[in-house]
Design a protein around this ligand. Structure first.
Ligand SMILES: [Zn+2]
Length: 210
C-alpha cells in the first residue's frame, strides 16, 4: 500500500508554530523562577513538603507542555471510502495561555476522505500534539482542523471541542461545570447541509463527557 510518513515534532512553549526554532526547556532557570514565585506569594520553602515543590512544579509543567512524539502515517484511500470518519469523545487536557490553568474535555474529530486516509488512533495523537501547549480552545480547534486539511487533503473536516476551563470554574466567574464548545468545519462539512448535519449529529449525540 502506498503510504507517506510524517514525523511530527511540534513542541512549543510559545505556540508560534512554524516560527523560529523552539527554545529548549531550561529546567534550572524554571526551578529558580518557581521558587521565587512561591516565595513572592508568601510560601516558606523551608517548610516540610515545600522544599521540593519548585522541582515538582517544573516537572509537571514540562510534562503538560511536551507532546509525545508520534508518527502519523497516511495511506492512499485505495478502496475509495467516501463516508464520514469520526472519532468521538477523545479526552484531552491543555493549559490556558492566559492563566496557565488546565482546561480539559473531549474532542470529536472527523473528516470526509479524499485520496488519503490516516490511522484513526492517530487522530487522538494529533489532538494531544496541539493540546500540550499554552493554548486557547479556539486555536486548538483550528490547529487540529488545519492539520487534517494539510496532511490528508480531505473533502471535508470537522472538529468540535467541549471543555471546562479551570480559570473559569475556580476563579473569576466561578461557574463550575460550565463547558465551552468550539468548532471548525471545512469543505463539505461546512457547505453541504446533509454532511454537516450528519457530522454534528454524530459529534453531538450520545455520551460526551457526562
Ligand atoms: Zn484562562
Amino acid at each position: 500500500m502506498a503510504h507517506s510518513t510524517h514525523e511530527l515534532t511540534t513542541s512549543s512553549w510559545n505556540g508560534q508554530s512554524g516560527a523560529a526554532p523552539q527554545p529548549g526547556v531550561d529546567r534550572e532557570a524554571a526551578e529558580r523562577a518557581a521558587a521565587e514565585m512561591l516565595t513572592a506569594l508568601g510560601a516558606d520553602l523551608d517548610r516540610e513538603g515545600l522544599a521540593e515543590t519548585p522541582r515538582r512544579m517544573v516537572d509537571a509543567y514540562v510534562e503538560l507542555l511536551t507532546p509525545r512524539p508520534f508518527r502519523a502515517t497516511t495511506f492512499a484511500n485505495e478502496d475509495g471510502y467516501d463516508e464520514l470518519v469520526l472519532v468521538r469523545a477523545i479526552p484531552f487536557h491543555s493549559l490556558c495561555m492566559h492563566h496557565v490553568l488546565p482546561f480539559y474535555g473531549v474532542a470529536h474529530v472527523g473528516y470526509l476522505p479524499g485520496e488519503r486516509i490516516v490511522g484513526i488512533s492517530k487522530l487522538a495523537r494529533v489532538v494531544e500534539m496541539f493540546a500540550r501547549d499554552l493554548q486557547v480552545q479556539e486555536r486548538l480547534t483550528t490547529q487540529v482542523a488545519d492539520w487534517l486539511e494539510e496532511e490528508l487533503r480531505p473533502k471535508g473536516v470537522g472538529v468540535v471541542i467541549e471543555a471546562e476551563h479551570l480559570c473559569m470554574s475556580l476563579r473569576g466567574v466561578q461557574k463550575f461545570g460550565a463547558t465551552t464548545v468550539t468548532s471548525a468545519l471545512r469543505g463539505a462539512l461546512r457547505e453541504d447541509p446533509r454532511t454537516r448535519q450528519e457530522f454534528l449529529a454524530l459529534a453531538g449525540g450520545g455520551k460526551g463527557r457526562d
